[in-house]
Design a protein around this ligand. Structure first.
Ligand code: IMP
Length: 194
């Protein structure tokens, strides 16, 4: 598309950039990876703080408008864990899933939610807008499906009887925490920046 507004998406995860570009299709916004050297220290205490840390780092590095997400899985019976530590809960994606299923095994309550906080900053790292999207659901007894990433194989969204990893990408994007947050952010960008 011509005259796309290019926004740096503050992540090293190319799958996330693919996902947000799918959601943003037709909006006139194109998300691109940060310049080489993006390695922020995510030491915030909330999703929203960490999204700001990442957005600011990428904006200053790339001298460009930047959007960051910080996301994770919050499990009710585990007092919100792994939460902001979702990416660091164990050393590999499979070990993180195994640890979650083991820790949750003694509990009857399997309610959980994915949370996605997003911060948009200008090229100097000043906050322009922040949003939070959530996707409620439950943790499955065992993992199923191979689509998506992270905890998708064990997360069953409310109103469904399959995991996110068993869904086509367009359905995930319609109901996901990231999809909801990004659509709110795109609406803001269209009304205030473009
Ligand atoms: P970050 O937002 O990149 O710091 O990491 C969030 C972590 O939460 C990921 O590494 C995943 O483990 C998990 N997570 C976030 N979003 C999703 C999702 O859409 N599906 C599955 N896992 C997710």
């Amino acid at each position: 598309m011509e005259n796309n507004l290019k926004i740096v998406f503050a992540t090293g995860n190319a799958h996330k950039v693919h996902e947000v570009n799918e959601i943003a299709k037709g909006s006139g916004i194109e998300f691109i990876l940060p310049d080489e050297g993006f390695d922020p220290i995510e030491d915030g205490e909330t999703f929203i703080q960490n999204s700001y840390i990442k957005a600011k780092d990428a904006a200053i590095l790339s001298n460009n408008l930047s959007l960051a997400d910080d996301s994770g899985l919050c499990v009710e019976a585990l007092d919100g864990a792994p939460g902001i530590y979702s990416a660091r809960y164990d050393s590999t994606p499979q070990k993180r899933i195994d640890k979650l299923l083991t820790n949750l095994a003694p509990f009857g309550n399997r309610k959980a939610k994915f949370v996605c906080a997003m911060t948009l900053v200008d090229n100097k790292g000043e906050i322009i807008h922040q949003v939070v999207g959530e996707c409620k659901g439950a943790i499955a007894e065992k993992q199923s499906g191979t689509n998506g990433f992270g905890y998708d194989p064990v997360f069953i969204p409310e109103g469904y009887d399959i995991t996110i990893a068993q869904m086509p990408e367009n359905l995930k994007n319609k109901i996901s925490h990231r999809g909801k947050a990004l659509r709110m952010m795109i609406e803001f960008i269209k009304n205030n920046i473009m």
